[in-house]
Design a protein around this ligand. Structure first.
Ligand code: C5P
Length: 243
């Protein structure tokens, strides 16, 4: 699938991060929220606990899937992982830009081989939890400079898009234009105060993240931890509709 086709085919820009502790919890959420979601993100939290059920559900093709394993491995391994993706509903996969151009091109090539409904390859530049000291250990002095360098390398090597924290989306669009598919985690109803203990320090509201130029909002805990997930999702969707 091309970036443009995926944008057009999405029911809405809300992607639920299905980071639940077991399959029955995930299944119940999918039954209640699935029909209203633009996409569902599956990552290691659920996969390591319920791989078989997750794979069966992906193969059922009931919802577009974002498979978020943030691969960073040798090109052959990443390529084989993409070749073996279950079903035809996986629309996005993630790789680390730090895996390098050869790994990224191999990922794109493997994705292309899946045909018309191929998944887009989305690159992670720098994880938002990395503090200044940790970035220094990786040889990165300035966070945005690191994102710019890794983002450019990933897009040049064939990535279809980037994961960007809400606060970086405006700069990312200035830098790379409207082409790349931008996925944004860190969505909250209110921006957390510095030192509040919330690990999504670069958070933003759904409306602002879309305004800034994001294509897909990844929302986990605000829905998963809500006593009324349907209501919370409805509020988020309400914020996503143009006024
Ligand atoms: O629960 P929360 O809304 O913070 O969900 C965020 C989801 O997005 C998690 O599945 C996490 O792996 C992912 N994430 C990410 N990059 C970040 C923050 C979260 O990919 N900077």
């Amino acid at each position: 699938m091309t970036t443009e086709n995926l944008r057009r085919s999405l029911k809405n820009p809300v992607c639920l991060a299905l980071d639940t502790p077991d399959w029955p919890t995930a299944e119940s959420l999918l039954e209640r929220l699935g029909p209203s979601l633009g996409m569902v993100k599956i990552g290691p939290v659920l996969y390591v606990r319920a791989a078989g059920s997750v794979t069966d559900w992906i193969e059922s093709g009931t919802c577009p899937v974002f498979l978020d394993f943030k691969w960073h491995d040798i090109p052959h391994t990443v390529s084989e992982a993409i070749r073996g993706l279950p079903g035809r509903s996986v629309r996005l996969v993630t790789i680390h830009a730090q895996g390098g151009p050869a790994m990224i091109s191999a990922a794109r090539e493997a994705a292309e081989k899946k045909g018309e409904n191929r998944p887009l390859v989305i690159a992670v530049t720098l994880l938002t939890h990395l503090a200044k000291g940790e970035l220094c250990l990786l040889g990165i002095k300035d966070r945005w400079e690191g994102i710019q360098r890794l983002g450019k390398a990933a897009l040049d090597a064939g990535a279809d898009g980037l994961v960007m924290a809400p606060g970086d989306v405006v700069r990312a669009r200035e830098e790379w234009g409207p082409g790349p598919f931008i996925v944004t985690p860190g969505i909250r109803f209110v921006r957390p105060e510095a030192g509040s203990g919330d690990d999504q320090v670069l958070s933003e509201t759904p409306a602002r993240a879309l305004e800034n130029g994001s294509d897909l909002l990844v929302v986990g805990r605000p829905i998963l931890e809500s006593p009324t997930p349907e209501k919370t999702l409805e509020e988020i969707l309400g914020q996503c509709r143009p006024e």
